[in-house]
Design a protein around this ligand. Structure first.
Ligand SMILES: [Zn+2]
Ligand SMILES: [Zn+2]
Length: 205
């Protein structure tokens, strides 16, 4: 079913051809935290210690208020593959509409429902805690759900283990059916130049 994802001030948003989230993680990585705190500092919502990350099918039927969207990366030529996320913020309210990363294979994009108005089906259960190496004790309480927990994406053995979870393997596979609308990565391309925020790895924004 179609669903809208809008920013919290209502100036911009997208309509997805399929609004059912395919997967939910909670991510402990410093980059998610830094990007969400960057939004918070500019008027966005205060992030939770372990943000809920939902992966939405990358098929955008309609874009509203594109002039209010900006694409950002935390750093320039980041040698760390995990730093290659491109995030689409609302310029007014600093909601995050979505995040693209090469590992998503244009199958999905990442969305934080706390940081926008995601009207999709978010019934996907928590599948795993990921990137917990960055989640130190000063950030928040210990995670309590009885699901697999992964520390990094650095080691192939650990990546193999996470991709051995069927829900994960199914999520990051490019669809054989062409999208009805456009890919989230195409939307990012249309936004033009990506703003480099120049935040040092792990630094407070
Ligand atoms: Zn907004
Ligand atoms: Zn993360």
């Amino acid at each position: 079913m179609e669903a809208r994802v809008d920013c919290l001030c209502g100036k911009c948003g997208v309509t997805l051809a399929d609004g059912k989230a395919k997967l939910q993680f909670q991510c402990g990585c410093q980059d998610c935290r830094q990007a969400l705190n960057y939004g918070y500092k500019h008027g966005g919502v205060k992030p939770d210690p372990l943000p809920k990350a939902y992966y939405m099918p990358s098929d955008v039927l309609e874009v509203r208020g594109q002039e209010y969207m900006k694409a950002c990366r935390l750093r320039g030529d980041d040698p760390d593959v995990l730093g290659m996320s491109t995030r689409v913020y609302c310029r007014e309210c600093y909601s995050i509409i979505g995040v693209d990363h090469p590992i998503y294979e244009d199958a999905v994009f990442l969305n934080f429902p706390k940081h926008c108005n995601n009207k999709g089906d978010l019934s996907a259960p928590l599948t795993a805690y990921v990137m917990m190496i960055d989640y130190t004790e000063d950030i928040g309480p210990l995670p309590t759900e009885d699901v697999p927990l992964f520390t990094t994406g650095r080691f192939q053995q650990e990546l193999d283990r996470i991709f051995s979870i069927p829900a994960v393997a199914k999520t990051f596979v490019r669809s054989e059916v062409p999208p009805k609308g456009k890919l989230f990565s195409s939307l990012i391309e249309e936004l033009g130049e990506v703003e480099i925020l120049g935040l040092a790895k792990g630094a407070k924004p």
